[in-house]
Ligand binder design. Structure first.
Ligand SMILES: [Zn+2]
Ligand SMILES: [Zn+2]
Length: 270
């Protein structure tokens, strides 16, 4: 059987309101692909507002942990299942976010910027706004938030670090100064980035981040993990061969495994 040397750390559950299937189906698909480790990282309860189609609710958090514990135990001889979470970075709500993240133990916490102000820029219902704004300014505002997200100290891994491109809107000028500033902060704050394959399934038709951005992160010594951002069982590990090849093209030879919010192992990609 084909064996995947790297774990898939970005997997959702139906609790977020926009994913399908049961956790065991995600786990069984991972086993069938030859994964020896995966991690769930569903959308943590939103601190700024409540939207049952975007994240789990506060009172669903115990069920999330129970569900993951169950599959972890059930499949322990076949695969290691880690417990992670993907939490939004909303400036001004750091204390509330921290409280949620401290309520349960995690193997890793993924920090995400899905909002610029109260604009959910990656929500298909709100994408019209992208056309009205200067796209380069939007990328710059997004990078500013990415840096604040890392500097908050709340997160171990930074998610999909060029998500603004999701609907196919790319910068029209060179923004490598922003990317370099972000890479420097990520290195300083000791956060990893993820290479997220879900962008291939979106109008952007490329992974998050783009290869040129990934190269800059590598050159600044920012460590890497891999994520499929699965919202359906069959998306687990999707395009991971392509992702590993892209990481190697960017210069990466290793990725990380996490346990209890610490680096457990540096895994060779070759
Ligand atoms: Zn989601
Ligand atoms: Zn996300």
């Amino acid at each position: 059987m084909k064996h995947f040397p790297v774990p898939d750390y970005h997997i959702h559950t139906y609790l977020c309101g926009h994913a399908s299937g049961q956790p065991y189906e995600y786990v069984e698909h991972a086993i069938s692909l030859g994964f020896s480790e995966i991690g769930f990282s569903d959308h943590a309860p939103m601190v700024s507002h409540r939207d049952p189609t975007v994240t789990m609710a506060m009172d669903e958090l115990p069920l999330y942990h129970k569900m993951i514990e169950q599959v972890k135990e059930k499949y322990k001889d076949a695969i290691t299942v880690k417990v992670g979470i993907e939490a939004d970075f909303i400036p001004g709500y750091e204390a509330q976010t921290e409280k949620i993240l401290q309520a349960y133990p995690y193997d890793y916490v993924i920090g995400s910027v899905h909002y610029i102000g109260d604009w959910g820029f990656d929500n298909s219902d709100e994408q019209e706004k992208l056309k009205k704004l200067n796209i380069n300014d939007t990328y710059r505002a997004y990078h500013k938030l990415l840096r604040k997200c890392a500097q908050s100290g709340l997160f171990d891994i930074m998610a999909h670090t060029d998500l603004v491109k999701k609907f196919g809107h790319f910068p029209t000028e060179d923004i490598s100064d922003e990317i370099i500033a972000t890479a420097e902060i990520f290195k300083e704050c000791k956060v990893a980035i993820e290479l997220n394959t879900s962008g291939l399934r979106k109008p952007a038709r490329e992974m998050y981040p783009a290869l040129a951005t990934l190269k800059l992160f590598f050159q600044h010594g920012v460590p890497l993990i891999f994520g499929s951002d699965s919202h359906r069982p069959q998306e687990v590990g999707m395009d991971f061969n392509q992702a590993i090849a892209a990481a190697q093209r960017a210069g990466y030879r290793e990725c990380l495994r996490f346990r209890q919010r610490k680096i457990e192992e540096v895994v060779s990609l070759v």
